[in-house]
Ligand binder design. Sequence first.
Ligand code: COA
Ligand code: AMP
Length: 632
Amino acid sequence: MSYSEIYAAAKNDPEAFWLKAAEGVDWVTPPTQALDSSNPPLYEWFTDTEVNTCYNAVDRHVEAGNGDRLAIIYDSPVTGQKSQLTYQELRDKVASLAGALAAKGVTSGDRVIIYMSMVPEALVAMLACARLGAVHSVVFGGFASNELAVRIDDAAPKAIIATSCGIEPGRVVEYKPLLDAAIDMAIHKPDFCVILQREQARAAMVDGRDFDWNEIQSGIEPADCVPVKGNHPAYILYTSGTTGQPKGVVRPTAGHLVALNWTMKNVYNVDPGDVFWAASDVGWVVGHSYICYAPLIAGNTTIVFEGKPVGTPDAGTFWRIISEYDVKSFFTAPTAFRAVKRDDPQGEFIKKYDLSCLKVIYLAGERADPDTIEWMQEKLGVPVIDHWWQTELGYPAVANPVGIELLPVKLGSPAVPMPGYDMKILDDEGNELPAGELGAIVTPLPLPPGTLPTLWNAEERFKSSYLNAFPGYYETGDAGYIDEDGYLYIMARTDDVINVAGHRLSTGAMEEVLASHPDVAECAVIGVTDQLKGQLPLGFLCTNAGTNRPSEEIVSECVSLVREKIGPVAAFKQAAVVDRLPKTRSGKILRGTMVKIADSAEYKMPATIDDPAILDEIRDALVGLGYAGGES
Ligand code: COA
Ligand code: AMP
């Protein structure tokens, strides 16, 4: 069937479409109904089922006689280690860790925070939680103690599983002291922690609270898969919103299984046994869906890569891994390719490897600039597919469905909606805009299976963030337009979220940190265009009257404060002290205008601006920082 036939089938009879897709999952109690619409505008899928995610990702492949197939390949250029796990070995490791967690009281519905570097044990930990019906919440290692503490208090975990450290090029990041500080800071305390000691930095253990990963499993009875209801939360993943309080995106178990399984063939065009590689981190949704769950659910081999696109050791690392492990579909963020292109513009490393196994490359997480796509297409000779989705949705919502048919690629567009989505562009009043006009990107409710049914502990925030602005629709938070052929173009965010190296960050959260500096009276953080990372945060600080300390000192303290409170991942390195911030007469800071000045883009003087002269001061500050036409 063609894309348009499949898309139309899902639109005309979603019930039949998703029940058919559900046949790819092994159920304890199969669905008799797909959509549960008893509580609009909240919708759930497959609520009458019972199922276990770990069984579908691991055990069923062993039971089907594929226990010897490779499940996980670990390749870590930062430590020089490589290892592999078959499905059988993975099952034994997961069942053993799950047994240890169960023996310490973890049961279905309990939360478990996972704070781990990119090692296969991170997947083992996620799957062990899934085996018990425990709800994991993975926190990215680049976040600092304060961010971890906020998540501990919101998720209230019974246990925390962590590695002693992570390895960044040139430095070992000790995770355990960050974890200890977070637990001290948090009001909620976990019953216990499980620590995987890595030899690069062994952690000091807290007696009675911390248990060694290996010791806790010694003599343990392996745990079986615990069936859960279809709408049981599989995990919570915190993502940036407009404030310092992150949003806890809830992933429903059954819809997650059905939808992820559907995407592996239809979007990523891999069959069971094929090697699929998403170069991301388990701390992000890409890592959840396409390093851990989807490839395993579909019986593929997945790769856990602990390294960077460049410098570990060189810009040929991606090509070495693709060729060494026979990778068929490869997925990463555009930033990673910009880094490779910058270090190896002629593609000399590409020529060193046999890449005939590689059929398609997928990009998401941020805008894919046409230059980079063209470079990749030319140097690699395979289709480069931009596709669009979000933590909230969990899997591609707008894509080129290569496994169904390769639609014409249009540079700058992630292509067309996948089944269950029907992207529309609305103006501020909620009127649908014609082709080519820019507006808010929305899709009608109900969202398809696997997408967020709510936010953890925050149903009202779920409604106010996504449902209230345009009744009957899910508001994506992105702005863009649709062309005459139905291709979507993503142009910007409509909120205070920026995207730095494919990492979603909140400028509002950074402003909250800056405002806590004793000399800062007022501040603004904007995202400016960066050649490598897509965007970078930039701070503007107004100091308190009477502050006469040197600006450089205050800026440097503010930079350290953001690194300490949010983490190095914020990449907050530049700020300027200014006398005033540009505002509307009602006091709203004109961040959008500041961004345009920084990027040397055209802008209209806002009609409501209080004092246009302030924009000249802002321009001078930006030039000083190397933006707005200044030399960076
Ligand atoms: N634990 C601790 N610190 C981490 C970390 C982790 N897991 N991941 C990143 N950091 C730190 C980095 O060391 C860096 O610290 P620094 O300021 O001391 O240099 C900071 O966070 C920013 O990291 P990053 O954004 O990775 O930038 P970089 O300059 O180290 O590397 C690239 C640049 C392009 C190589 C890198 O951004 C990259 O690989 N991007 C691909 C993005 C990606 O895969 N995104 C996933 C979404 S799909
Ligand atoms: P995250 O939740 O971290 O996956 O970030 C989701 C956001 O990243 C989206 O709302 C977009 O703003 C941006 N994004 C993701 N994919 C793309 C893409 N293909 N093109 C442009 N922006 C993207």
